[in-house]
Ligand binder design. Sequence first.
Ligand code: TYD
Length: 371
Amino acid sequence: MEPRTFPLVLELCDDCGNLQLRDCLDAADLYRHYLYVTPDSPMLRQHYESLHAYLANGHYIRPDSFVLEVGSNAGLFLQFLQPRTAKVLGIDPATNICEMARASGIDTVCDFFAMDSARAIREQHGAPDLIVARHCMAHNADPHVMVSAAAELLTDDGHLVIENAYGLTTVENNEFDQIYHEHMFYFTIRSMKALLARNGMHLTGIFMAPVHGGSIVFVAKKARPGDVVDVSVEQFSRREDDLLRPGTFERFSENAYAIKERLATLVEDLVAEQKSVWTYGATAKGNTLLNYVGLTHQQIGYCVDSTPIKQGKFLPKSGIRVVSEEEATASPPDFYLLTAWNYKQEVIEKVRRSGNNHTRFIIPVPHVHIV
Ligand code: TYD
């Protein structure tokens, strides 16, 4: 059966500098049964430490805080916060993933975060002092639903923390593969300010983090006279204004095309030399990359991924079968195209630790190179 395909077009708003998809898919189709489970990665654990330190220094989180995480997935971040704060609660729409979170001891509401679920949470649990939405605000066709629900639910002095891939890092680093249907928005500081303002909130701090190819952490609260706004907001906004120009996006589009050409030729040459090429990471971004470049199971042997529920399945359109890291260790290929390039260091170290000193890695961004 031919797989269904959908247009993938990124648009830039001249007014607020937002980048967003022209065509959004139905949220229930995307999220009710979900295959993404946050990996237990040393890099992510390090990020949780730094994020917590930042939030504690700013007094956004305290030992007596009630923290709600939106899009809490299997509960890894809340497990980290649980011993550091009074109360944690998750909310996530994926039934299969909520069960995993609950089994690990994280109380989780299984629903989309919106006005109704926010009110139900307040009735049952009270108002949170901190709402954290990590890598999910952009996964939503109408981000006003989440922001207005957060404004309704938070205590008056509570904070909303939104973490996302930063739209301008995506563009500056040629990370065009970050563009896929689950990422409907690619927020800039300017567009986040506009989104918050329309919901009676404003930005009080910004923190940049290296995870997922360059992420931005926005701290916001309900706007009140006398609110202190951290200097980081002004500093990062000034830098962004310099970059939000048409030339930046023209370069981005040219660079994406150059990567496509280079990668297609490289893989074609390797296959002609009888070298085996697999991909590492059954990532969403990997599907954008493979389908844009036009690579399929005809050139790529397998895709390796540590997530048990992805193994044995096939990547959409390219038809590449997902296998476990253990299967890959048993008979590794000559090359891995690293489709989980955001975990580059730890994946390479893991492969070397397994005794494999043979396989080389093709890194697709910011420019195609081999390590
Ligand atoms: P992710 O970075 O979330 O990418 P995307 O948002 O584009 O889907 O996914 C990383 C994938 O890589 C995830 O499926 C788990 C996998 N992975 C491994 O297979 N081995 C590893 O050592 C790590 C860190 C991740």
